[in-house]
Design a protein around this ligand. Structure first.
Ligand code: ADE
Length: 389
């Protein structure tokens, strides 16, 4: 990975010589170049800013030094970099963006100061690079340097070889869209506080389930917004869709939706011998404990749901349902993706069952990479499985 940083404070980037990122540089995994923007000025005072056209407070970074600096950095090397310009008005920097950037081989960071950089710089830079304005969070820093330190660290630790134990990357906050579970080490009792018993049990299945529940609980308590994958679902044309972990308050509507959806299944498969048809409020209430159930709301109405449960290392997916009037528009497919994404770290496969005559479901599962497995024991029902990658 090559990274160039353009800044008026090159010394700010000195911490990139330390720790794992410093090691990555010494091992040739990160080829980092820090450039002083003032080297691209031509006046005695090495001026990089001027007053804003139209008036207003503060100073604006002049376009000429930026233009020259970017031409210098980008020309003379093959390829097209991503130009990341940190700023509070940018798109949020997320783990997903870190992953995307880690997949590129050349990143250029342009650190703004003052009130920002002349807008024409962004337009002009699009000739040379894929330009992205990126914010670290909803607060204002004095300049982009601190943000660049954070972004380079978040990106580089995803580059293969930078971190020794790749597994530690999988089970951490924001991977799989959830926060990390709580961790403990010796001693088992400290200041009267015990490590949760399940962690001492040696039962890996129970531990994986407990950790997954902890991730969900923490996420619900600290970052409920992460349990809403609304942004992933807005492309359906349904407007704002919110996916949340189902609670007892959802059960009345969920029961109605279940009956509506499985009545179709019962008719299509010529049988009433389907557990969902016989679901009651009581049985559904109990199911909330064993299953991780998700509810999708659109305009306040519960329109879809799905659930998952870890059995050994198999993530059982069930009750994938979409309100009859909204079927055939991609919502089921997206929920199927969602339930796979939130499977606990211990899951190595996904499995589900459906009616033998439910052709539409078969097509959707096949398209999603599931494979039909024969099970002569249960006539009328077919099993689909998929390895987790
Ligand atoms: N520069 C100033 N504020 C910033 C922020 N919140 N994120 C990224 N860069 C910034």
């Amino acid at each position: 990975m090559r990274a160039d940083v353009i800044t008026i404070f090159p010394d700010y980037l000195a911490p990139l010589d330390l720790s794992l990122i410093g090691q990555a540089r010494r091992r040739g995994l990160l080829d980092l170049h820090v450039h002083d923007l003032r080297d691209f000025t031509h006046d005695r005072h090495r001026t990089v800013d001027d007053t804003p056209y139209g008036g207003g407070a503060g100073m604006v970074m002049k376009p000429e030094p930026w233009g020259e600096a970017l031409d210098h950095v980008v020309s003379g090397h093959d390829g097209r970099p991503v130009l990341v310009v940190p700023g509070p008005g940018g798109a949020p920097f997320t783990q997903q963006m870190a992953r995307e950037l880690a997949g590129r081989n050349w990143l250029v960071f342009g650190c703004g100061r003052y009130e920002g950089i002349d807008e024409r710089v962004y337009e002009d830079a699009a000739r040379l690079a894929d330009v992205r304005v990126v914010s670290l969070g909803d607060y204002v820093l004095n300049g982009g340097e601190v943000a660049v330190l954070a972004m380079i660290e978040a990106v580089m630790r995803l580059v293969p070889g930078v971190i020794g134990n790749a597994e530690s990357l999988v089970e951490e906050s924001h991977e799989g869209g959830l926060l990390e579970y709580p961790v403990y080490t010796k001693p088992a009792r400290w200041r009267g506080r015990d490590v949760p018993e399940v962690l001492l049990s040696g039962d890996h299945g129970r531990i994986a389930t407990w950790r997954h529940e902890q991730r969900l609980e923490r996420t619900a308590a600290r970052r409920p917004d992460l349990l809403h994958t609304a942004s992933a679902l807005t492309s359906t044309g349904f407007g704002e869709l919110a996916v949340t972990v189902a609670t007892p308050a959802d059960l009345g509507e969920l029961l109605t939706l279940t009956h509506a959806c499985w009545l179709q299944e019962a008719l299509g498969n010529h049988t009433l011998d389907i557990p969902a048809v016989h679901e009651t409020l009581e049985s559904l209430t109990t199911s909330l404990q064993g299953w991780q159930t998700y509810a999708v709301r659109s305009g306040g109405r519960l329109v879809a749901s799905v659930r998952g449960r870890l059995v050994d290392d198999d993530w059982h997916i069930g009750r994938l349902m979409v309100a009859p009037d909204l079927q055939g528009r991609g919502l089921g497919r997206m929920l199927l993706e969602h339930i796979q994404r939130v499977a606990p770290a211990g899951a190595t496969a996904y499995s589900l069952v459906t009616g033998a005559a439910s052709d539409r479901n078969h097509r959707m599962y096949r398209k999603a990479g599931f494979r039909l497995v024969a099970d002569p024991e249960t006539p009328g029902i077919v099993h689909f499985v998929k390895r987790r990658r």
